[in-house]
Design a protein around this ligand. Sequence first.
Ligand SMILES: [Cu+2]
Length: 743
Amino acid sequence: MKILFFLMFSLLFPLVSLCQQESMSMDMGDSPKGDRLPFYQKIGGRAIYHLYIGDTSVNYSAKNRPALAINGTIPAPTLYFTEGDTAEIYVHNTMMMETSIHWHGLILPNRYDGVSYLTTTPIKMGETHYYTFPIVQNGTYWYHSHSMMQQQSGLYGAIIIHKRNEPPVKEYTLLLSDWTDENPDQVDRSLHNATDWYGIRKGSTQSYAEAIRAGHFKTKLTNEWKRMTAMDVSDVYYDRFLSNGKPENEAPQFKAGDKVKLRIINGSSSTYFWLKYAGSKLTVIANDGKDVEPVDVDRMIVGVSETYDVVVTIPDNKSYEFLATAEDRTKSTSLWLGTGKKVKSEPMPRLKYFEGMKMMNDMMKMDGSMNDMGMKMSLQQMDMNTVMYPEITGDVKPVKDTIIQTPKEIITLNYAMLRSPVKTTLPNIPAKVLHFNLSGNMNRYVWTIDNKTVSETDKILIKKGENVRIILYNGTMMRHPMHLHGHFFRLLNGQGDYSPLKSVVDIMPMETDTLEFAATESGDWFFHCHILYHMMSGMGRIFSYENSPANPEVPDPQAAMKKIYADDRKIHMAAKVGLESNGSDGEVMFANTRYQLQTEWRIGLNNKDGYESESHLGRYVGQMQWWFPYVGWDFRYRKMDGPEKDIFGHISDKDNRKVFCIGVEYTLPLLVKADARFDSDGKLRFQLMREDVPLSKRLRFNFMVNTDREYMAGLRYVVTKYFSVSSHYDSDMGLGAGVTLTY
Ligand SMILES: [Cu+2]
C-alpha cells in the first residue's frame, strides 16, 4: 500500500509542482473520479491533503435532499497535523459553483485564510486551490466553506493538531451540526420575510390563544404593544441535529474506567448546543483550541463555531449518552460512549416561552432599546433565558415519560471559569480601543454593528505592533458568536494575567465583553457573527493592517470588495397571492437592508369591481426601521355608481385614476402600520393596517381601514409554508373565500 502511494506521488509530484508555479491552480474539471489523488500523505514534515468538494445527496428524514460533501462525506474527513508540520492542502472544486475553505482558528498567512475575495481567490468550478502554511499551534479546530450558504449544506470538517511528542490519550472528535431539508437560500429568504412558519414547526408561535391558555394574555398584549413579534432563542427550524453526520452516533470502543478526551466542535450554521453526559461530570480542559485549567461542570453550552475539549469518564461497561440539545430544545443529537446497557442522559425540558416574553417586556423600552436595569452583565454569568428553564425555575408540567423535577444546583460553565494555564499578557503598550454595539432588527432580519452592515462601512485600520481592545455590547435580543479570523484574543474575564485565549466570543443579550489582541499579522481579517444568516445579512467588520504588502490572491482589491459587499446587499423577494371567490389580491416585494419596492393589487371577479394597484419604493429609516418614507404610483379602474367622497370631503368621480404619491409609513404599538400619503390629485389618505395577528398557532387575522372609506378584514389559516386557506371581507369586492399562496 505504501509503495502504491509512493508511486502515485512520484508520478504526480512534477505535475503538481508545475501547476503551483504557474497559477496555484489547475483544471480538475475533466478528471474522472478514479484519478483522485490520495487523501493524505506525510512526507517528512509535510502533511499533504487532497480535498474534493462535490455535490451529494443525503437522507436524514426519509427524503433525499441535495447536499455538499468533501471527499464524499458529511462531515468532511478530519485533518490531522502535528505542531511544527507544514500543511499542504489541495482543495479541488468539482461543483458547478465557486467555493472556498476557511481554516477556523488557525494562525496562518493572510492569503491562505480562505475568505473568498477578502483574503483568497475563490475556487472556481473545476479548479484546484493550493494552501500551505506552517502549523504553529495545537488543539481542536475545524474548517468550513466561507462562500454563500455552503456550510449549511455540509461543507465542514474537523482539524486536530497534536503537540509534538504528545503522549497518546483516549480521545474522540465530536463535530456537531444542524441540518435542514430546505434549501439554505430559501431559509435565508424566509428569515427576511418574517414568516412564522419555523415557529409553527417548532411549536413556538406564542399566539394569543396559547397565551390565554397559559394565563399570559396581558404578557402577549404588552409584547405586541412594544412592537415585538414572537421570539425564540433560535430562528431556523432544523430537521435534524447531527453528531459526526448522524442524529445518533456511537463510540463503542470505550471500556469501564476509561477517561475520554472529547474534542467537541460546534460546526452548525446557527445552533447553540447544550451538552450533558450521563456517565460523569464534564471536565473542560480546552476552549477554541487553547488549554484551560481543568474545571468540572454539570452542563455547558457550546456557541456556534466554538470548540471545547472535555474529559468524561466511562464508569461501567455500559453505553452512556452524551447529549447535545439544541438551545431551543426542540431536538437533540446523541453520542453513545461505551458498550452495553444504555444509560440515558436526562432530556432537557421544553422552554417556557411566555416567561421569556414577560422578561423581554420588562427589559424593552418603548423606543426599541433595552433597559439594562442597572445590571452589569458579561461573560455568560447571568443567562437571561434562565426564567425559561423549567429545570432551574421548577414548575415543569408532567409530560409523558418524564418525571417532575425538583430544582437543583446545576453547575453550568460560563466564561469567567476559563483560566489559561500560562500568562497571556500582551506587550505593555497602550491599546487602540474600539467600541462595537451589536445591533439588529428582528422583524426585517437585518443584523448589524452600530446599525451598519459590512457594506455600509469602511475597513477598520489597525497597525502592526499595536494592541487592539474591543469593547462589545450586545443590544439585540439574540446571542451572537463573534469570531475573529487569524488571531487569538484575550477575553478579559477576571482571570488577570491568565485570561483565556479565544477566537470566538459568545455574547448574550445586554452583555458587555472586552477582548484584546496584539496586532502581529498583516492583511485583511474578518470579524463577524458566526451565525451564518447573521453574517450574510452584514453583521461584521473587516480589520485591515495599514501598509500591508499586496495580497497576490487579491489582484483587484476594488472589484473584490464589491463581491464582499454583495453578500449583505442581496435583494430578497417575497410574495403573497390570494385567490378567493370574489377576486384576487396580492403583493410582491423586493427588499434589502434599507430599501423596499412593493406592488400590491386587487382584481375583482365582477367587471364592475375593476382592478387597482399600488406601488411603493421606500427606505427604512433608523435602527428599528419603524419609519418608511416612500414614493409611489397607483392606478385603478372601477365603474363608479356616482361621485365618492372621502372623509376629508375630497370627491373622486373618475372611473379611471392614475396618480403619483409620496407618503410615509410608521409602525405603531401593536405592530399596526399607519400610512399617510398625498397624491398628485391633491388627495390625502390615511390608513391603518395590521397583518398576521397570531390568533392561534396557525390562524392569522388581518385588517385595514382608511379615509377613502375602504376597509378589509380577513382570516388566514396556515396549512404549509406556502399555502393557506383564507377568507376576507373587502369594501370593494365583498366577501370571498379561497386560498392564499405565500412565497
Ligand atoms: Cu449573530
